[in-house]
Design a binder for this molecule. Structure first.
Ligand code: OGA
Ligand code: NI
Length: 346
């Protein structure tokens, strides 16, 4: 496997990474100053103060409805915990190729693997990234054995980060439920209790970002994504027909909803398309934690979110594993994926 993280710096972009002009990213975005909301979770909101908690819940739902993407600060995941795992992951990518070779695989069922470019899209052109795809929660002794033993910090820092992000995700789900008028525990249990997957995306500097893409436009297939993008910009989210840059905010984590949230909320909180662009100066690394349902979980619009007269169900019921298969077949394209689950009105 030809990893970018071990390649000699490229003087120019090899042909197999050059996208046709209509698929390339616009780097200078004309966003009219529109920026994504930054929600202060106030940690305190999560304990006693009912009024504060309700305000934060409402703010999250507002941000979710307006953008589908937002950032959170004062989120309770310690800066040292975030930095600890980011450093360990950077060290992993920096290791010599022969140490990483045993992990290279395109077998999607592996609980830890390293690969290059993405595989959702069967096109010929490659994306400018290497990535780790790993299972990160629940943290069991058996699971930890699949994580790399080197660097030595990797396992303990990942375990710590994974637990903290998982706690935050559950907190966010309680707030989302409250903001939508659902019971606080609505998303707990099978809807968010699947094996949590993590993508560690590694985008080395690219000699000509105008020709390449880091990650294809896609929606996440799960319920909720918590992303640490560090301090290098590159993530763009779709908003009313254009792309918005998700500007790095110190200490913030980026939150977006996946297809399952859109379906369960009957469209109230949509999954929004996003992609990553490359840059010529610095390596960018993002860590995405994808909270997902159990494979056998039955999914469909929550009865509380449906009104036969004014807001009929937009999606049919299905089992989550069925959705996962459709996602691969449709190569992550938003409308193609959702199409087979949509109920069309006559
Ligand atoms: C993802 C993702 C964005 C980024 O891993 O699903 O959207 O900024 N990552 O790397
Ligand atoms: Ni994504």
């Amino acid at each position: 496997m030809e990893l970018l993280c071990n390649a000699r710096p490229h003087a120019s972009v090899p042909d197999r990474y050059v996208f046709p002009p209509e698929k390339r990213a616009v780097l200078q975005l004309d966003d009219d100053g529109v920026t994504l909301p930054v929600v202060d979770l106030h940690r305190a909101a999560l304990s006693g103060d009912d009024g504060l908690r309700q305000r934060v819940a409402a703010e999250i739902v507002r941000a979710g409805k307006d953008f589908g993407f937002f950032q959170v600060v004062n989120h309770g995941v310690g800066e040292d915990v975030v930095r600890g795992f980011r450093d360990a992951a950077s060290e992993f990518f920096a290791m010599p190729a022969e140490k990483k070779l045993p992990y290279c695989s395109s077998d999607q069922s592996k609980p830890f693997r390293l690969a290059t470019s993405t595989t959702y899209d069967r096109g010929e052109t490659r994306y400018w990234l290497d990535y780790l795809k790993l299972q990160c929660h629940p943290v069991t002794d058996e699971l930890v054995q699949h994580w790399p033993a080197e660097p030595t910090s990797f396992r303990p820092r990942l375990a710590e980060f994974s637990e903290a992000v998982h706690d935050l995700a559950q907190t966010l789900l309680r707030l989302v439920a409250e903001g939508l008028g659902l019971s606080a525990g609505f998303f707990a249990g099978d809807l968010s209790g699947g094996d949590t997957q993590m993508n560690v995306n590694y985008y080395p500097p690219c000699p000509d970002p105008s020709l390449t893409l880091g990650l294809l436009p896609h929606c996440d297939r799960h319920l909720l994504t918590v992303l640490s993008q560090g301090d290098v910009a590159g993530l763009q989210a779709r908003h009313i027909g254009r792309w918005l840059l998700v500007r790095p905010v110190p200490g913030a984590l980026v939150i977006n909803f996946g297809h399952q949230m859109e379906i369960v909320t009957n469209g109230a909180l949509a999954s929004v398309e996003h992609r990553a662009v490359t840059n010529s100066d610095r390596t960018r690394m993002s860590v995405a934690t994808l909270i997902m349902p159990k494979m056998e979980c039955r999914i469909g619009p929550a009865p509380e979110m449906v009104d036969e007269a004014t807001n009929p169900a937009k999606f049919r019921e299905f089992v989550f594993s069925e959705f996962m298969e459709a996602y691969y077949t449709a190569a992550a394209s938003r409308e193609d994926v959702l199409e087979s689950f949509r109920i069309h009105e006559n």
